[in-house]
Design a protein around this ligand. Structure first.
Ligand code: C2E
Ligand code: MG
Ligand code: MG
Length: 697
């Protein structure tokens, strides 16, 4: 686009140059340039517009020389007319912004500078308008403003406290949540050190976090104690975020989340997860958590750890007597006593039911032994529940790290196996794990599940131990002893599984099975023509209290056609507690015609009065006395006394557990009628009985 005709006359070199420069400036500049000739002070005629103006507006080259209102829309003309007129009057440049729709249809924001061009008289001859599209700049500004608002919003409306710190940890800004958390106003917080808000324990850690953050690494910190304006402590989780401006770190944010409530809830949940609800002791989960930690610790210091596994003897009986609630109270009383032995080195856990575990840290073999004795002593006195006295004792199995295992599982399992052995060998004492205990069941639950299936899987069978008449040397009777050979765990002693069968009630089924098997065996022997022998059957206390016992025995006797005199039942003294009931039952059994013997005589604590009142036929002297014959004067004397006592009451006596010739000699001298023990024969299977011709014609 060229300047108007009047300019054509310039032709000196300088003028040419001037013209080129003007052209460059006016035509190649991106701003739109409009130059209006002022006529009569209020009429404006197009004198010049540049390439950009032609490009972006609908004004064309041909419009030059036309009046404003002839070229643009009425509205725009009116608006411009006002501005131009104002400029003519004021003679001073003005700047304004307006929005325009370009010929392309694009909506733009323009910024225009109106400049008066005056003649020599100082009158405004031309109005020059330089209009620039500032849409982008305006948008950018808007976006910046929006971003600022957004940023402000995220800070101000954040539920977490946010503090903006300078490189010295001084708070420069904080949000509403920050005020709420600390209890201080924004004004008060500004220019205070962030470290002053936290507990001294956390100060160093926070300083370190801020230091890292200031070199560009965000960090997190858990459980920092913030002290608010009222002096209350709040548990906070902190996040530190660097403030990076122009690639340079210019302070940091600290975002503090108040987790006090959450933490308290967590504490409760955590407590509940690791503690036994009834006793408040640590539970099995805690035990599993603690053992590895302790082992780790012991390992480092070359120390040893002992696991003492306690099971209360005959707790089932207490539970049955007191009911579940009474049983719980009993357990609480026991817990209180057990707790008296605990300290930093000795921790107590409830493993479940009536089982407890002590962990003894840094303990030697001897110290562990002492502790086990102390535990046993805790049970010397009775526990009183509802005015009634109850005695119980613990059986304790012990395993040791590192000798018996390196992890929680194997240590507990081995302590449980040792405990098994304790139960088997008479309860109320302790035993350390030894390798021969290996093949046993790992625990009672597994043993019970196997025992339930033992009959149907035909894992049970009966051995017969001959009872020898000491004066004639003949065998007139046998004791039936149950055997269990489990497919997985091998042979299990009745001393182990009979108590469990009693506790779980399986004894009824097993007891019935024994009765029937013995009758079947007797029938077989009778059919083979063997001489009449008597078989003694062990009846457990629980079985003995069963009303149906008499009917059951009667039923089998008649089913297999066995005379009642071929059956003897062995009852322990313990089973004869409730005298009325016992007397009634014994009388009924006697009426059937069977023999009744008192097993393990001398080990129960009942008075001897019952011997006179109850219809008993035989006393079996417990092996513990027989074992000591010739070795221990007191036990030898007890044995002699029992024999005399039996004779004076008209009872027969059998000595159990005879293993040596000396014992046989002693018993013969003391006029003991019968003896039973390994010296004569171990319990043997029916085939062996027949082969050895014990069952003579
Ligand atoms: P118990 O009735 O006192 O049986 C005697 C135990 O002494 C048997 O142990 C027998 O094998 C063992 N024995 C016999 N002679 C000797 C000996 O010379 N030396 C030694 N050291 N031991 C000897 P077993 O068979 O292990 O039975 C243990 C207990 O299990 C029995 O003690 C009895 O109370 C119970 N039991 C066994 N079978 C049955 C049953 O069918 N029903 C019930 N309810 N209990 C049973
Ligand atoms: Mg017996
Ligand atoms: Mg016995």
């Amino acid at each position: 686009m060229r300047l108007t005709d009047t300019n054509k006359d310039f032709h000196t070199e300088n003028e040419k140059l001037d013209s080129v420069i003007k052209e460059l400036i006016l035509d190649y500049i991106h701003d739109m340039i409009f130059i209006m000739k002022v006529e009569n002070g209020n009429q404006f005629r197009y004198a010049y517009i540049n390439e950009s103006a032609i490009h972006y507006t609908s004004i064309k080259n041909e419009d030059m020389g036309k009046l404003l209102e002839e070229v643009v829309s009425t509205d725009l003309a009116k608006e411009l007319q006002i501005r131009y007129t104002e400029l003519v009057h004021s003679g001073v440049s003005i700047t304004y912004q307006d929005e325009l729709e370009l010929s392309t249809g694009k909506q733009v924001v323009n910024e225009s500078i109106l400049t008066p061009i005056k003649n020599d008289l100082g009158e405004v001859e031309y109005v020059a308008s330089i209009t620039r599209d500032i849409t982008e700049a305006v948008n950018e500004k808007k976006m910046l403003l929006k971003a600022k608002e957004r940023y402000k919003s995220i800070i101000e409306h954040n539920l977490d406290a946010i503090f903006i710190l300078d490189s010295n940890g001084i708070i420069k800004e904080s949000n509403g949540a920050g005020c709420q958390l600390t209890g201080y106003s924004k004004k008060k917080l500004t220019n205070t050190s962030i470290y002053d808000l936290f507990h001294f324990q956390n100060k160093n850690a926070i300083k370190e976090s801020v230091r890292k953050t200031l070199v560009g690494t965000p960090t997190t910190l858990e459980y920092c104690l913030l002290r608010n304006s009222l002096g209350q402590e709040k548990i906070t989780h902190l996040k530190t975020v660097p403030i990076v401006i122009n690639e340079k770190c210019d302070g940091c944010y600290i975002i503090a989340k108040d987790v006090t409530e959450h933490h308290e809830q967590n504490e409760i949940i955590h407590y509940m997860a690791l503690h036994d609800q009834l006793t408040g002791l640590w539970n099995r989960k805690a035990l599993d958590d603690h053992i590895p930690l302790m082992i780790h610790n012991m390992e480092e210091h070359g120390k040893e750890l002992s696991v003492l596994y306690l099971d209360l003897d005959r707790f089932k009986f207490v539970n049955d007597t007191l009911g579940l609630k009474g049983g719980d109270r009993f357990l609480i009383k026991i817990t209180k006593r057990l707790i008296t032995l605990t300290n930093d080195e000795c921790l107590l856990y409830r493993q479940g039911g009536d089982e407890f575990i002590y962990l003894l840290k840094n303990s030697s073999f001897e110290e562990t032994k002492e502790k086990a004795k102390e535990i046993l002593n805790l049970f010397a006195e009775a526990f009183t529940i509802d005015g009634q006295e109850f005695y119980t004792s613990p059986s304790i199995g012990i395993s040791r790290y590192p000798a018996d295992g390196y992890d929680s599982n194997s240590l507990i399992q081995k302590a449980a196996q040792a405990l098994f052995e304790v139960k088997e060998k008479g309860r109320a004492h302790f035993r350390f794990y030894q390798t021969h205990m290996k093949s046993s069941f790992p625990n009672y639950i597994i043993m019970e599940s196997h025992l339930r299936k033992a009959i149907e899987k035909e894992e049970l069978y009966i051995h017969y131990q001959p009872q020898v008449n000491l004066s004639t040397g003949t065998i007139e009777s046998f004791e039936a002893l149950i055997r269990w050979n489990n497919r997985k765990f091998g042979f299990v002693s009745p001393a182990q599984f009979i108590p469990l069968a009693e506790e779980t009630g399986l004894i009824h089924q097993i007891g019935d099975w024994v009765l029937e098997q013995v009758c079947i065996q007797l029938q077989t022997w009778r059919q083979k023509g063997y001489r009449n022998v008597r078989v003694a059957i062990n009846i457990s206390p629980k079985q003995f209290l069963q009303e149906e016992l008499v009917d059951t025995i009667d039923y089998y006797l008649s089913s297999y056609n066995i005379p009642a005199s071929c059956i003897e039942i062995e009852i322990t003294e313990g089973a004869m507690q409730d005298t009325q009931q016992t007397l009634k039952m014994l009388k009924k059994l006697k009426k059937l015609g069977i023999f009744i013997s008192v097993d393990d005589f001398g080990t129960g604590y009942s008075s001897l009065n019952y011997l006179k009142r109850f219809p008993i036929d035989i006393l079996k002297i417990d092996q513990s006395f027989v074992r000591e014959i010739g070795l221990n004067q007191k036990d030898s004397a007890i044995t002699t006394t029992i024999i005399h006592l039996a004779h004076s009451l008209g009872l027969e006596v059998i000595a159990e557990g005879v293993e040596r010739e000396g014992q046989v000699h002693f018993l013969k001298e003391a006029n003991c009628q019968k003896a039973q023990g390994f010296y004569f024969s171990k319990p043997i299977c029916p085939r062996e009985v027949e082969e050895q011709q014990f069952v003579v014609m």
